[in-house]
Ligand binder design. Structure first.
Ligand code: N01
Length: 550
């Protein structure tokens, strides 16, 4: 849709941006504001990134829409009407389209275009970006706005190609409506995507079989239509809400902050507090106490509370038991937010299969076999997640100084300075890359933080006549060690999560996002800039490489 014409090999840009999701769109807007010649390449047919691909039934954001929205245009935040507390995917996609229209973004975006490689030429400090059709473009800067959860992971299930029915991946859902009415449907996986889609598919399917390897914690969304008053209250207070999100909220979501640990309350008071959060719904359940991600005993109180709710909701005790997570602290995997997930298992047409006890043996032409039992299926939904944070970057053959491949450099895990750059890859920026708060926060807040910083940095380089910038190796080593150290001080590494790369066989186990939080991290990158881009190496045009005295 609305793809502009292809460009020829002779095209040269100041900046090539890869990806036209929320990061790429805002980046383009800021680059234009700087008067830079920018081109965005997007694999999908339109803007929206993750919201373009994740069209599965029930898909909606788990951050409230009044907060999961751009803050950089007051006109935009005043004029857009979110319909519900958690907008459904089609509405978020419409919002992305509206932004593209309103700021006339599409004319600088080439859709249906994959970036195959990006190679840095040290002779003239330019990147050659090769597109999927073989065309080359040249640019001084490349910015990867490729998204953290955009590389859908197909599981390596034996016999998958033999299946005679339709196979769907939640992260790569068809654009045409999928109707499961009267069909026997299987869902593999019980992460956020499955948890959102299962109750909706259950209403259509004649029989829904859920294949669970690991039970996940989920809290009710309590989604509802937003009233005009609720919308207006946000609009009237947006400057303060946005400031708080950036400066005071670790995860970039404005909420009531805890002032004590779980054991500073009596058992009754604690239960009341969890009940209040459960009744209000949403991700902020984890904000009940300030030590839930740090202290296992504190975490157990929250985990027990959720397990009790599951037992209360699910009628069959055996099914309830299976749905109660018992192998990781709550929140150490991204907590899920659902509408009627656990209650769906009370339906006559829904059953749960325990893959831990009975691993998948094979997919057959007519179904799935596990534990010696054949489950007949007409359609198979793979809600098996993503090669998160690094998967989309790894698909591009990126070569920096001396022809070094980024994939080779990152073979033991991603290495960045501040999640923004990787040493040896000059003028290549990442938005919400590994080593930054990214997926542990409201992504829009994290995206804006990075886009603003990169924009200011490009402006500073231009003002000072600088040609290249890259991460210093020692600064990068220190930052990687810091990110790891902060993670080790929490309960996060105790789970086999996609944060750790644990969901992709063979992927190095490194805790990828930065747990320090949006405000601490925001101050850090601000200080780095104020101190002459400390930890980065800059070179002036036609000068020797030197530490910039900016
Ligand atoms: O993916 P996941 P997701 N055989 O990786 C199972 C965001 N998101 O798409 O845990 C059998 O969480 C796997 O089992 P296990 C959000 O940040 C947000 O659901 O590896 N099972 C797991 O149950 C989220 O965290 C929203 O044992 C297999 C599931 O598949 C992230 O995206 C909505 C398997 C994958 O769960 C990813 O969520 C949706 C195999 N071979 C997503 N391979 C909202 O904003 C994998 N599994 C609300």
């Amino acid at each position: 849709m609305a793809a502009s014409q292809s460009h020829s090999a002779s095209d040269a840009y100041d900046v090539v941006v890869v990806g036209a999701g929320f990061a790429g769109m805002y980046m383009l807007h800021r680059l234009r504001g700087l008067g830079l010649k920018a081109r965005v390449y997007e694999q999908g047919g339109d803007v929206g990134g993750t919201w373009y691909w994740n069209r599965y039934p029930g898909a909606r954001c788990d951050v409230e829409s009044m907060q999961y929205s751009y803050s950089w245009s007051d006109e935009l935040q005043q004029e857009w009407d979110w319909s519900e507390r958690y907008a459904p995917q089609p509405e978020i996609l419409r919002y992305a389209g509206h932004v593209a229209d309103r700021f006339d973004l599409r004319k600088d975006i080439q859709f249906d275009t994959r970036v195959a490689s990006a190679v840095f030429d040290e002779r003239d400090n330019r990147w050659t970006v090769t597109l999927g059709d073989g065309a080359d473009v040249r640019a001084r800067f490349v910015i990867l706005a490729t998204g953290c959860l955009s590389n859908a992971k197909m599981p390596d299930l034996p016999g998958l190609s033999d299946f005679a029915g339709q196979i769907y991946h939640t992260g790569h859902w068809p654009h045409d409506a999928v109707d499961f009415t009267g069909l026997k449907v299987g869902v593999v996986g019980t992460g956020s995507s499955a948890i959102q889609s299962i109750p909706v598919i259950a209403e259509q399917a004649s029989q829904l079989t859920v294949f669970q390897r690991t039970a996940n914690f989920s809290v009710p969304a309590r989604n509802a239509a937003l009233t005009p008053d609720e919308r207006q209250s946000f609009r009237d207070n947006y400057p303060e809400i946005r400031r708080k999100a950036r400066e005071e909220m670790k995860n970039g979501i404005v909420q009531e902050l805890p002032d004590k640990g779980a054991h500073d309350d009596s058992d009754d008071a604690r239960r009341d507090k969890y009940h209040a959060r459960w009744t209000r719904g949403g991700l902020t359940f984890m904000g009940a106490y300030n030590n839930l991600s740090l202290d296992k005993a504190a975490n157990d109180t929250a985990a027990d509370f959720i397990r009790e709710r599951i037992a209360e909701i699910v009628a069959d005790p055996e099914t309830a038991k299976l749905l109660q997570p018992d192998d990781h602290p709550v929140g150490s995997k991204r907590i899920c937010v659902d509408t009627d997930y656990y209650a769906a298992f009370n339906r006559d047409n829904v059953r749960l299969v325990n893959l831990r006890a009975n691993p998948i043996e094979t997919i057959t032409a007519t179904g799935l076999r596990s534990g010696g039992v054949d489950y007949p299926l007409d359609a198979l939904v793979l809600a098996t997640g993503f090669d998160a944070m690094t998967g989309s970057v790894a698909k591009i053959d990126i070569r920096g100084r001396d022809g070094t491949a980024l994939n080779a450099k990152w073979s033991a895990g991603p290495r960045t300075y501040l999640g923004l750059m990787s040493a040896g890859f000059p003028n290549l920026f990442l938005i919400t890359g590994p080593g930054s708060p990214s997926v542990l926060s409201n992504m829009i807040v994290a995206i804006e933080q990075h886009v603003d910083w990169i924009s200011d940095c490009l402006a500073a380089m231009r003002d000072r006549g600088l040609e290249t910038m890259e991460a210093d190796v020692a600064a990068e080593d220190d930052w990687v060690a810091h990110v790891n150290e902060v993670a080790q001080g929490t309960l996060y590494p105790q789970a086999n999560s996609w944060y750790m790369g644990a969901n992709v066989p063979g992927k190095p186990r490194i805790f990828m996002p930065y747990i320090g939080g949006i405000p601490v991290y925001g101050q850090k990158i601000k200080d780095v800039a104020a101190n002459g881009y400390e930890g980065f190496v800059m070179t002036g045009a036609a000068t020797e490489k030197k530490r910039a005295a900016m």
